[in-house]
Design a protein around this ligand. Sequence first.
Ligand code: ZN
Ligand code: ZN
Length: 477
Amino acid sequence: MKLLSSLIVLSCLSTPLAAAEATHIPDAAVRTAEQLRDRALGDDTAYQFVTALTTEIGPRLASGDNDAKARAWVIAKFKTFGFDKVYSEPASYPKWVRRHESGEIISPYPQRLVLTALGHSFGTPAGGLSAEVIRFDNLAALKAADPALVKGKIVYIGFHMQPHRDGADYSTASSIRVDGPPAAAAKGAAAYLLRSAGTDAHERIAHTGVTGFENATAHGIPAAALSNPDADQLERELASGKPVTVKLDLDVGFDGEYTGANVIGELTGSKKPHEIVAMGGHLDSWDPGTGAIDDGAGVAIVAGAAHLIAQLPQRPERTIRVIAFANEEAGVYGAKAYANAHAADVAHHLLGSESDFGAAPVWRMSASVKPQARAAIAQIAAVLKPLGVEYDEKREGAGGPDLAEMHKKGMAAMTLLQDGTHYFDWHHTANDTLDKIDPKELAKNVAVYAAWTYMAAQAQGDFGSAPGAFAKDKSEE
Ligand code: ZN
Ligand code: ZN
């Protein structure tokens, strides 16, 4: 009897139920994904795409003239890519303009400064403003400072990012850029300067990027980034112990509201058209460069991957949706519009991931999925392994900055991390141009996206997407 009951327990434990619940990718789909992967390595569609985008359109400042031009360009291009549907969905955001920017050290030793206004910076009065500079070692020191010391001064923070494969220093640098100016403004500062959030050391090129003023009603101040050599120069003058006065002349600022749109291309699923595998990039860029690595490359990678899948004799079972997001740069406005519009449909967004970290190869993948889908993610990892992709099972995946908004709603997501060693040398600068993209490395990214999206679209079972399913995730991208 005892033996029998333990046999029953054993047989209960080993019922095929658990196995039946596990998400699995059929062998035929794995083989097709391997073929897509290998074909992608010899396909230059993505490189042609980003070449044409950066040549025919170039910089794509959200709400600027090229916002609409780039959108029309991508819609026309997508229509030649074999998609079953191409459409757009509106997204609104503040219009922000950059007309003129200059700066100089007035005293003790006059020097011209190479700088660029941060996105959403307020302008200086016409003719500029001059004030003494007060330096803080970090954001915490600024936040702890006596407002009487800060009032009327130009706050400066000089954190210098070091290169890392995973871009680790960017979270510190971007919080100095995003949160620093509002913190300085709250203490009555006249303006804010930072050392550029970049890993270059010798280029007189400043890195822009958004700061934390949401719109014209914010208590805003002028805020700009110095090139790294100019930050060195300012720091040497500060080290003299003499008061340092800087003049800033920034003719920039908010100028009403703008309505742009996310552009979407779809390969309609042959069996489950209402279930969606989502991949994306963002179409907007900052204005100094031509938006090649950030994020023309990302849009090109996902469009190139869909183009390859579109050439298969049969459509995948589920819909593959490519989203070129509007205005990621100034505050993921396109992504928020998408997530709000599709929140009720989050359970049907099977799995998602965005490419937004340049054009170097993917080296690490991680996923936030239900436990029963781990084996299917491991199947995807096995197909990506020959491309040099390591699977980190312990790390979460949030889908990249734009699809993270859907992940927050409950979409299962992967993070496919590219090699970021050189990304921040050029990020948000005039040096973000096509020559930074290696066509072979770009093709490896296409291979990753073609393989994983196809496998997800053919999976037996799901990845755990449901409203609020990943609310405990800590990672943001
Ligand atoms: Zn980006
Ligand atoms: Zn960016």
